[in-house]
Design a protein around this ligand. Structure first.
Ligand code: E4P
Length: 240
């Protein structure tokens, strides 16, 4: 299983690279807003280029800022030209629930890596996988594409086990049909308990916010044990 860092903070990404925990980075407009990306498209480009260079050849997902198919195509082609390791994030539907699969299929067939995002159901995920697979069969370039299932948001409505069920079933479905070059990303990871559960779902990737990764290391008993070892090390050294 891979770990992506769900953040647009350069310092956080650097930190988790140095911990050996960064297999990629995901961003979205809310994450960019939170981390103070300013200056419109130029600002997004600047931050994306910085992170893409830092993590290359690992993938960086950057989300389009529109839900209109013609505009998505224009934006996605631009993002794709920024760096070799950029994957373009497109939501599965527009704000009204209309399909954005035409854009997804078209971009994949042009050899642009796509991350289909904001998915909450098994049906959405397999239809996204079908469109990607169809695009791949037309494309000369076999890049990796992603399907992002927002497990945390599913859990808020239906519980963590329902999210687990969706993740497991989508993985089984991809394997059963022998789909290649498509990886499941678990999004909306909110807690160490989520990491514990969804790491066992069969999803290829968990994208985790920095604060949740830090919490995954914490245990009061570990801290207590470290203090005991250090105290005893000190005593032992004095005896020698
Ligand atoms: C990742 O790719 C997603 O954009 C992110 O995990 C969504 O998280 P949220 O549900 O906390 O906004």
């Amino acid at each position: 299983m891979k770990i992506f860092i769900d953040s647009a903070e350069v310092g956080e990404v650097e930190k988790y690279i140095s911990w050996g925990l960064c297999d990629g980075v995901t961003t979205n407009p809310s994450i960019c807003l939170k981390s103070g990306v300013k200056g419109g498209e130029e600002g997004i480009k600047k931050r994306a280029l910085e992170i893409a260079a830092l993590i290359a050849p690992r993938p960086l997902s950057v989300e389009v800022t529109t839900d209109k198919i013609d505009e998505i195509l224009v934006e996605a082609r631009k993002y794709n030209a920024w760096a070799e390791n950029i994957s373009v994030k497109v939501t599965i539907t527009d704000r009204n629930g209309s399909s954005l699969l035409p854009a997804i299929y078209q971009l994949v067939s042009e050899g642009i890596s796509v991350n289909v995002t904001a998915m909450m159901t098994f049906n959405q995920a397999i239809l996204a996988a079908k469109a990607i697979n169809a695009g791949l069969s037309k494309s000369q370039v076999k890049k990796t594409h992603f399907i992002s299932i927002f497990a945390g948001r599913i859990s808020e409505e239906h519980g963590v086990e329902q999210a687990q069920k969706v993740l497991k079933e989508v993985r089984q479905w991809l394997d059963f049909h022998n789909y290649k070059n498509i990886e499941i990303i678990v999004g909306s990871v909110r807690s160490p308990e989520n990491v514990d559960l969804w790491s066992k779902s069969g999803a290829h990737i968990l994208t985790i916010p920095p604060e949740v990764i830090a919490k995954c290391l914490l245990s009061a008993r570990t801290k207590e044990t470290v203090v005991q070892f250090l105290d005893d090390a000190n005593k032992a050294l004095q005896q020698l």
